[in-house]
Design a protein around this ligand. Structure first.
Ligand SMILES: [Zn+2]
Length: 380
């Protein structure tokens, strides 16, 4: 038996200049950087009955857990089975042509015990998935505990299903020395271990860990980052965070399940957040409308008139779902198409050794250059 991924190799890679990785799998090969749509975005399509396909090579099915309900997987009847059904409801339609992974979104301060980890691994092994994610035991777990957890479950997964790909996760939000030592440990398995997962945290706050990751840019691992924030909404420039990570050697990215809780109501529809591909920001949709029409020609936007679009989408409004919520679903679908397309451009720029210039030309991305090279920016 052979793993579904046959080989992972760096095609172009330089520290802080991005990298293009080629992943060869039984379902064909693909290049990075790239976006991995999530089940949240797939649900958005369902909510507004949009049936155009997402053709991305990797998908992520996400489920949100709290400190109180992780243990339900092994303590309450029916929960484990229901979670498998939820995963398969998405994966069954994707798994023939894409690589499908799972990510449990759990709070940063959680401490998982071995039963919890085992339940997450079994949940994935019993679902229709190609990639098995291994969460860290806790945020600042020791290197010894990390090693033990990693070796135990890699062996466990391999013996149950050698076809699947094992992806151990590192939390970005941890002590820099721990992060570096754990990455060094995984690096010893280059060539055997194909994939490493990163659990997103603030790009600015945890920059030292991203710099460590960037120094691994020449290594043949596929690095996937889960749970990225769409944007930093408090900043003056609402940069699309997903696109910043490519400078640090992250190959594929997926976004977090947004904190829901009540729906956004009675906001002007023109305030809906909408990915602006030219600037790589997520400003209000009003910035992306010219002469009444959307400036994007992706499969869902098709440069439609915004007023007519809003009228058309109003058929999905119900007591449970406001027009803001419906437009937000529309916007998420647009973002999958437009963000994926933008990664195709940046991938080309990486191949040309021009990622820094690309960042400089994008309103949403140039600040990240400034954070690294404050004295050099004026010379670009
Ligand atoms: Zn669009």
């Amino acid at each position: 038996m052979e793993s579904i991924i046959k080989k992972v190799s760096v095609k172009h890679g330089e520290e802080l200049k991005g990298r293009v990785l080629k992943v060869y799998s039984k379902k064909g090969s693909f290049e990075t950087p790239n976006k991995a749509p999530t089940s949240t975005e797939l649900n958005g399509k369902k909510n507004i009955a949009f049936d155009g396909p997402f053709l991305n090579p990797v998908f992520e099915i996400t489920q949100r857990y709290t400190i109180n309900n992780v243990s339900d997987l092994h303590k309450k009847n029916g929960v484990f089975s229901r979670k498998i059904s939820e995963i398969n409801a998405h994966s069954d339609t994707l798994v023939n042509r894409s690589l499908v992974k799972f990510f449990p979104q759990i709070p940063r301060d959680i401490q998982l015990n071995d039963n919890d980890i085992r339940s997450f691994i079994d949940l994935q092994l019993e679902s229709n998935l190609n990639i098995i994610s291994l969460p860290e035991l806790e945020n600042d777990a020791s290197v010894d505990d990390f090693k033990q957890n990693f070796e135990k479950y890699w062996d466990y997964v391999y013996h149950i299903n050698p076809n699947v790909v094992f992806m151990p996760y590192l939390n970005l939000s941890q002590d820099p020395t721990l992060f570096k030592n754990k990455l060094n440990l995984l690096n010893e398995y280059e060539g055997m271990l194909h994939a490493i997962g990163i659990k997103f945290a603030s790009i600015r706050e945890f920059r030292p860990n991203l710099m460590t990751l960037a120094s691994f840019s020449d290594r043949d691992f596929w690095v996937h980052c889960s749970s990225s924030k769409r944007a930093n909404w408090n900043s003056n420039v609402p940069t699309s965070q997903v696109h910043v990570l490519q400078r640090y050697g992250v190959d594929t990215v997926s976004v977090e399940i947004p904190m829901g809780g009540g729906q956004i109501k009675n906001k002007p529809t023109l305030d809906t957040r909408y990915f602006n591909q030219e600037k790589v920001t997520i400003p209000k949709i009003s910035e992306s409308i010219h002469d009444g029409d959307l400036i994007c020609d992706c499969p869902i936007c098709r440069a439609q008139n915004f007023k007519e679009l809003t009228e058309d989408l109003s058929k999905f409004v119900s007591r449970q779902k406001s027009i803001n919520s419906v437009l937000n679903d529309f916007s998420k679908i647009h973002e999958v198409y437009a963000s994926t397309r933008e990664f195709e451009f940046s991938r080309q720029r990486i191949k040309e050794g021009e990622l820094n210039n690309y960042f400089y030309q994008k309103e949403g991305l140039k600040q990240d250059l400034n954070d690294n090279y404050p004295s050099q920016l004026s010379l670009v």
